[in-house]
Design a protein around this ligand. Structure first.
Ligand code: PLP
Length: 447
């Protein structure tokens, strides 16, 4: 017997058992798998050849649509030219080119880009930069991080510590020490069926002042929020809320981080949500849309003053002891450059902005359907809350997802009892109609 072969080769090569699927009920899935074989434009195709209209841009990432020719060609060419270059002490030209392109899209003085490979890494990177920033400026006492209830900032220990989703936190020990949370901004009584930013809720930013009064500003490094909380069920920011948060951070010398992993690259009708709201954070995290989901890539965009704070001391010494083997991977950079070019050529951010009123109208057409408690359209995103079945929270939305995929040929995303929609930005008006038509039919069949 060969030493190398310690296990029997499975007799069924496509056995579903070995793959431990993330954020998925594995046993239920493996009994009735939803398998996707290929994609093009606005559609997925299942392994048995059915077309499924993509209402979610994959997982909020395929903003340019699927398998777009220029992105595919750029990845193919890059794979043949340079597979990998060391990310530390060496670099390759496309990393600089992509950083410059992203910096040009970012607002104001946010002009330095640190690359990583996932939104979770981007969040942990931004939190570490914030801590180190205060440290190198002689304010090492600023160690406290402030997140927000119902925030989703990925699944690293930093991200789940500042994040505010109980199931993502409760099994994982004591998390980071010294973290506080702002209250979330959703109130159904005050905000139900609002298009875009709700009128009620800006005052919730003042809770930051309360937290500062409790701990003192000299202990607080940074505040991190999603400008629009996506994964927790689509919570648009109340009018004036982000401006107020910025002002309070400024007053106390606290860094403000926008987690734009979902809202970046056109989802809100602008390159970044920071631009939509006219609020300039100190750092922006991005991922997903930067390569339209084609190759994993993410990063942190930092203000010049944040970068400059590190550029002291002897020039031969590493300024920030942080990075990943695959930071600025050549395939990801090639995909990113082709994706940004496609966004520009096709005006996809502007397209999303122009479509927003029609998208909102179509979403609101589901008002009055059985079990629909709230609808929240914003940018090219919509959250639809369903009433829960007694003792089975989340079951009704899951049934909607299963029926949409199986019967209606529509991909939707569910989180708790909320359906979240976020189509590729190439979606046509006719396809917007199709998405809500199909979803309406599904909702009418739910019991
Ligand atoms: C706001 C936000 N931050 C971070 C993440 C984590 O990204 P990833 O799954 O790439 O680690 C997500 C993922 O949806 C997100 O929505």
């Amino acid at each position: 017997m060969s030493l190398a072969r310690t296990r029997d080769v499975p007799s069924v090569p496509n056995d579903l058992q070995s793959y431990w699927i993330p954020f998925t009920p594995n046993r239920a899935f493996k009994k009735a798998p939803r398998l996707i074989a290929r994609a093009k434009g606005m559609h997925y195709y299942t392994t048995d050849g059915r077309a499924v209209l993509d209402g979610t841009a994959g997982l909020w990432c395929c903003n340019a649509g699927h398998n777009r020719d220029p992105i595919v060609a750029a990845i193919q060419a890059q794979a043949a030219e340079l597979d990998y270059a060391p990310a530390f002490q060496f670099a390759h030209p496309k990393a600089f080119e992509l950083a410059s392109r992203i910096a040009a899209l970012a607002p104001g003085s946010l002009d330095h880009v640190f690359f990583c490979n996932s939104g979770s890494e981007a969040v942990d990177t931004a939190l570490k930069i914030a801590l180190a920033y205060h440290n190198v400026r002689g304010q090492g006492g600023r160690t406290r991080l402030i997140g927000r209830e119902r925030g989703y900032n990925g699944v690293g220990f930093g991200g789940i510590s500042v994040g505010g989703i109980v199931n993502n936190r409760k099994h994982f020990g004591s998390l980071l020490a010294g973290v506080d949370h702002l209250p979330h901004t959703y109130n159904r009584e005050k905000q139900a069926f609002t298009r875009g930013e709700p009128e009620w809720g800006a005052h919730l930013a003042d809770e930051l002042d309360r937290i500062v009064a409790l701990h003192d500003a000299s202990t607080i490094a940074a505040v991190i929020v999603e400008p629009m909380a996506g994964s927790t069920g689509v919570l648009p920011p109340p009018k004036g809320y982000l401006e107020r948060l910025r002002a309070i951070c400024d007053k106390h010398g606290i860094l403000l981080i926008f987690d734009e992993v979902i809202t970046g690259f056109g989802r809100m009708g602008y390159a970044f949500a920071a631009e939509r709201y006219g609020v300039e954070p100190d750092m922006i995290t991005f991922a997903k849309g930067v390569t339209s989901g084609a190759v994993p890539m993410a990063g942190v965009i930092a203000r010049k003053s944040v970068y400059d704070a590190f550029m002291n001391g002897p020039e031969h010494v590493i300024e920030l002891f942080h990075g990943y083997t695959y930071s600025a991977h050549p395939l990801a950079c090639a995909a990113g450059l082709a994706t940004l070019e496609l966004y520009r050529e096709e005006g996809l951010f502007e397209r999303a902005k122009a479509l927003e009123p029609k998208w909102a109208d179509a979403a609101m057409s589901l008002k009055g359907l059985p079990n629909v408690l709230d609808i929240r359209p914003i940018g090219l995103v919509a959250g639809i809350d369903l009433a829960s079945k007694p003792d089975a929270v989340g079951r009704r939305a899951t049934e909607a997802m299963e029926k949409a995929f199986g019967d209606a040929g529509l991909m939707i995303r569910v989180t708790g009892e909320t359906i979240a929609l976020s189509p590729p930005l190439i979606v046509s008006e006719q396809e917007i109609g199709e998405i809500f038509d199909k979803l309406g039919k599904v909702l009418r069949t739910l019991n």
